[in-house]
Design a protein around this ligand. Structure first.
Ligand SMILES: *Cc1c(COP(=O)(O)O)cnc(C)c1O
Length: 506
């Protein structure tokens, strides 16, 4: 049982409203402190009971247990009771992202300093759209962005903004790339005039393992998915520059209009990093916007040992970085960076109530002019607090450790006759599959292995497809995952594989 009890916050109709309001809003720091202690106690209790990365509960079981609680009860309840209930019904059946055997997606165990920051972010509730809603927060975000720009080799002409993540950052890259191209080539403002008649001929080149949000952005931007031309990769899933040049020549022959390259630094499945420096040269030669999706791999800037893998990234016109992946921030947190900040004028808007032009003339920064969001969280604070708390060295150690673990994991898999490694990992992702004796059963057995691991709660791993065939995937972000964890999971995978094969024959 929890010891801390909040004061009864239920108001009699019309009475004690002031006390009630204090207990239920951040106007009372005492009530806030109690609420935080309660939350931490519930989390602590759930964590100590959670020995597995997942409880194994099915969608139906969860639906039934949650349906038993009325979403909006007629009368107020005690926060302590509510939080205990949430512990039982929600926290206990959440994937334990900090568990060493939760290794499916680019879904990180969040840093404690960042969780502390989240409390400040939520309670101070600053909104990064206008200066008068976030004075210090605005300045701090601008400084974190300037620091990041420097890390990626951009100069003082660069700028950027915090985003909800890679999806929004990729969208902004495609948006500004499109608008800059249309302006320079047709002297046409998409913001004012909409798409020019030539828009259906625009093409964006992206590797065949680039992220789907590039296609999504092109669809949202009125170019259609047809605008994305998929370029072949080499055996390590890096965009092939020779194939790219062939595609560019083909597009010109077909009277189509290539306008941008969307490269990837850290593909979601393989962690592969496209040849950034070469792509910079090609983009310049062909007059293309170069967007680099570094949602996953951008964090390598923090590692002395691995930052060389990003060499050439400074040639990008725009960069997407995610902090809720290899920077270990709670969701959501990302940034969009732009080499030439004057391009932000392409999407600039002024609202009289929020960011009148007079503010700009007075040097008052309203960040809404840089963002596709209006009301926006102060996510920069959690990155800043985390950077202070870990220092460059701390981040570097986590990143190096997890990349080493991925390399060691790949070696184990490559040396095992029952398993097949799909690629040499560039960073933290390892794709492989179990090899049953019956080739025709490969896909279904691998897919069932993953589902059973989740059902048993033994490990949370991912699956993906290569050339239409099913593979398994580990994304190794947790520095507390050991090679013993990996060996155990691989042993279980092989056991399950054999059992499933046996059922097939029986
Ligand atoms: C995760 C990811 C995205 C999407 O980012 P969100 O933060 O999920 O919006 C885009 N590109 C790559 C390479 C990613 O790994």
């Amino acid at each position: 049982m929890l010891e801390i009890k909040p004061k009864t916050p239920i108001p009699e109709a019309g009475k004690n409203f002031d006390t009630w309001f204090l207990a239920n809003t951040a106007a009372s720091w005492e009530a806030y402190q109690q609420a935080i202690s309660l939350t931490a106690a519930v989390l602590g209790e759930c964590n100590t009971r959670q020995s597995q990365p997942y409880s194994g509960a099915s969608p139906l079981e969860l639906a039934a247990s949650l349906a038993a609680i009325e979403v909006c009860p007629p009368r107020a309840k005690l926060l302590e009771d509510i939080l205990n209930k949430v512990g039982e019904t929600v926290v206990r059946h959440s994937v334990a992202v900090s568990h060493p055997r939760c290794i499916a997606h680019l879904h990180c165990p969040p840093l404690i300093p960042a969780l502390a920051a989240e409390m400040l972010i939520a309670a101070t509730n600053q909104s990064l759209d206008s200066w008068d809603q976030s004075p210090a927060a605005t300045v701090l975000e601008m400084q974190v962005i300037q620091w990041l720009c420097g890390e990626f080799g951009y100069d003082a002409g660069a700028d950027g903004v915090f985003t909800s993540g890679g999806t929004q950052s990729n969208f902004m890259g495609m948006l500004l790339g499109r608008d800059a191209y249309v302006k320079s080539r047709f002297n046409w403002s998409v913001q004012q005039q909409g798409l020019p008649p030539e828009a259906h001929r625009f093409r964006i080149l992206c590797s065949e393992v680039g992220h789907f949000t590039i296609r999504q952005a092109c669809a949202h931007l009125g170019l259609g998915e047809q605008a994305v031309v998929k370029v072949k990769t080499d055996k390590n899933y890096r965009l092939s520059t020779s194939a790219l040049v062939v595609e560019l020549e083909k597009l010109h022959e077909q009277d189509l209009l290539p306008m941008a390259i969307a490269a990837t630094a850290g593909t979601t499945d393989f962690g592969s990093i496209d040849p950034l420096a070469e792509l910079g040269e090609i983009a310049q030669k062909w007059g293309l916007w170069l967007h680099i999706d570094a949602a996953f791999g951008g964090a390598l800037v923090m590692s002395d040992r691995h930052r060389h893998q990003l060499a050439g990234i400074a040639h990008a016109d725009s960069i997407a970085v995610d902090f809720h992946k290899l920077f270990y921030q709670p969701i959501s947190c990302g940034a969009f960076l732009l080499k030439d900040k004057t391009n932000l004028d392409l999407i600039k808007l002024h609202a009289d109530y929020l960011n009148p032009e007079t503010n700009e003339a007075q040097g008052i920064p309203d960040l809404v002019t840089k963002s596709v969001q209006t009301t926006r969280r102060f996510d920069a604070l959690k990155m800043w607090i985390s950077l202070q708390a870990l220092g460059r060295e701390g981040f570097s150690q986590i990143i190096d450790t997890t990349i080493e673990l991925a390399a060691a994991t790949a070696q184990l898999i490559a040396a095992d006759a029952l398993l097949e490694l799909a690629h040499e990992p560039a960073i933290n992702a390892v794709v492989f599959r179990y090899l049953p004796s019956k080739v025709a059963a490969r896909d279904s057995i691998n897919s069932q292995i993953r589902a059973q691991l989740l059902q048993q709660g033994a490990a949370v791993i991912a699956q993906t497809r290569i050339n239409g065939e099913t593979y398994l995937k580990f994304t190794l972000l947790n520095p507390r995952t050991t090679l013993t964890d990996i060996t155990d999971i691989l042993t279980t995978i092989k056991q399950l594989g054999r059992e499933l094969e046996g059922q097939l024959i029986a």
